[in-house]
Design a protein around this ligand. Sequence first.
Ligand code: ADP
Length: 167
Amino acid sequence: MKNQLKTAIYPGSFDPITFGHLDIIKRAAKLFDRFVVAVAHDTKKTTLFHIDERVRLAQLEIQKLHDIKNIEVKPFQGLLVNFVKSEGASVIARGLRGVSDFEYEFQMSYINHKLAPNTTTILFPATANTHYISSSSVKEIARLNGRLDGLVSTEIADELKRRFSEV
Ligand code: ADP
């Protein structure tokens, strides 16, 4: 398989994309030929942003990474492993913020492997600077009118402020 591009899929809700996600993206994308940030339509969580907005905001952040050219942002619907196959990928990338993420990620990696034995999940540990960031805490801070410096970009912070001023 020498000439085949190595593609990894980084799936998530990205509601919205944070500096925690971007830290994983920047480090992981370097290891693959193609790196697809896959924004899930179907998520167990109730999302603040519509799928189109989550994709647009992720694209906005990825466009700023001028020195990394192999990242794409795509929405996906249905089973992750079907999307992974349709993209010709064999790797699922996920981030690990701490032990609380571990059990869920470990179980999902088994399930995805069971559903698609040719796929492998690679877990990327968060860095000390970003491990505490989650989309849900960012939304909660925005809802309560707190400062979002160091958690999300100013553009994402503005979108959050706008969203919460509407409700
Ligand atoms: P999901 O709803 O699938 O968990 P998220 O958008 O919350 O989607 O997260 C997508 C992936 O990014 C998950 O693997 C999650 O653990 C990881 N992630 C989220 N925030 C961080 C962070 N601060 N550091 C490292 N990984 C993170």
